[in-house]
Write a protein that binds this ligand. Structure first.
Ligand code: DC
Length: 228
């Protein structure tokens, strides 16, 4: 049985950076499920589909094929065969992903792909519903969170480093809105699975988060019987 590590939590908690590092350290593949929702969202944006129009989004789902590949260990995401990895990080794509990920046909398509990947390979998979819905029998489930202000400050710093001018208040508001949508939707809302371990990274460095996760993975018995 492949080893499946599920990491869920709100936007900006540090899931992807920590999960990526963890996967690298253990030789597992890292699956960023948010990127899949973002790639679908990019398709809807390009087609001018209104994210609030559930019927239009559902109808367009049949025209979208999402797939993954790895280049030098880094996940590449393909939208109908086009590598869109570099185009899915814009704020408007994140907002559209948050809106359209609430719809059943979008989730169905991507959850199937996520389960197929985790059934074949040892994975660290991060998202919103991995422990609660996608991989209910995961080897280890972690709910990684942090306060909204801390998350906004991290995002602010990231954008500043890229030379993008932005307001901390606006970023925090966006984060709070997104949390609300992700936590209050009907289908697979973001919440901590009953058997998930809670990790609050508000006062932790990335290195501390990764160290803690490594210990949790080791404690979950993922090493061979001789510790190899
Ligand atoms: O993690 P992210 O910011 O890249 O995710 C973008 C959006 O996708 C997020 O607001 C909610 C949605 N999402 C989801 O519904 N389920 C997942 N497993 C991952 C992301």
């Amino acid at each position: 049985m492949p080893i499946n590590i599920a990491i869920d939590g709100p936007a900006g908690a540090g899931k992807s950076t920590a999960a990526k590092k963890l996967a690298e350290n253990f030789g597992y593949i890292y699956v960023d499920t948010g990127a899949m929702y973002r790639a679908m969202a990019l398709y809807f944006l390009r087609r001018g589909i209104d994210g609030a129009d559930e019927a239009a989004v559902a109808a367009a789902c049949g025209d979208v094929e999402i797939s993954l590949d790895y280049k030098d260990g880094i996940q590449q995401i393909f939208l109908n065969g086009e590598n869109v990895t570099g185009q899915i990080r814009a704020e408007e794509v994140g907002r559209m992903a948050s809106l359209t990920s609430a719809y059943g046909p979008v989730r169905k398509k991507l959850v199937e792909l996520q389960r197929a990947l985790a059934g074949r390979r040892d994975v660290v998979m991060d998202g919103r519903d991995i422990g609660t819905a996608v991989l209910p029998d995961a080897t280890l489930k972690v709910y990684l969170t942090a306060g909204s202000r801390v998350r906004a400050e991290r995002r602010f710093k990231e954008l500043e480093e890229k030379g993008v001018s932005c307001s901390l208040e606006e970023i925090e508001k966006d984060i709070i809105d997104r949390d609300y949508r992700d936590m209050h939707r009907e289908l697979s809302p973001l919440c901590q699975a009953e058997d998930a371990i809670l990790l609050d990274s508000s006062d932790m460095t990335l290195e501390e988060v990764v160290r803690e996760l490594e210990e949790l993975v080791e404690d979950a018995g993922t090493r061979g019987c001789c510790g190899c």
